[in-house]
Design a protein around this ligand. Structure first.
Ligand code: ZN
Ligand code: ZN
Length: 175
């Protein structure tokens, strides 16, 4: 049984790490910025960037955070991070879903028909769990996984579908 809750709707293909910290923290901290070394910044951001010890958490000052590739300037929010080192702005993913929503049935069908029965059942299971949280139809949940992967890899919905079709596997969007 796959685990899916509100904090990992986008996590198919990788575990979320930064959600639990919120967007930024306004408090004094005894930590220095892990990028520029600024001493005890007033305001910190917890970014989903790997540290040298492998932990997927980097604590930075606001200036470094806003310049980071793990920060969306447009939406003024920190990206979600994944184990594979990719990050994504959830608001950007939701924008892409809104643009492609009319196409969700086509996306879901294109993906499903190229999968083995077993993988199709797995994908349907996670999509149904996601839908039970979002209230979206199953095909929109599948679109959400594809759109999230597209944004994480800076490609497009079409290119993620192409990878699934050519490999005959949904591995790139499954946990
Ligand atoms: Zn800094
Ligand atoms: Zn964004």
């Amino acid at each position: 049984m796959l685990d899916l809750n509100t904090t990992n709707l986008y996590s198919v293909g990788g575990r979320l790490t930064s959600e639990q910290f919120g967007d930024r923290e306004e408090r004094r901290t005894d930590m220095d910025c892990e990028i520029c070394g600024k001493k005890e910044p007033e305001s910190i951001m917890v970014l989903p960037i790997h540290k040298s010890d492998g932990a997927l958490i980097t604590i930075v000052c606001e200036d470094c955070g806003e310049k980071s590739s793990a920060y969306c300037v447009k939406h003024r929010r920190i990206h979600q991070g994944f184990d594979d080192g990719t990050t994504v702005c959830i608001a950007c993913v939701e924008e892409l879903i809104a643009q492609e929503r009319h196409n969700a049935r086509h996306v879901a069908d294109a993906v499903m028909k190229h999968l083995s029965l077993e993988e199709a059942a797995d994908l349907r299971e996670v999509a149904e769990m996601s839908s039970s949280v979002t209230g979206d139809p199953t095909e929109v949940s599948i679109l959400r996984f594809v759109a999230s992967k597209a944004k994480r890899t800076k490609t497009s919905v079409e290119m993620v579908i192409d990878i699934i079709v050519s490999s005959g596997s949904a591995e790139c969007i499954l946990p």
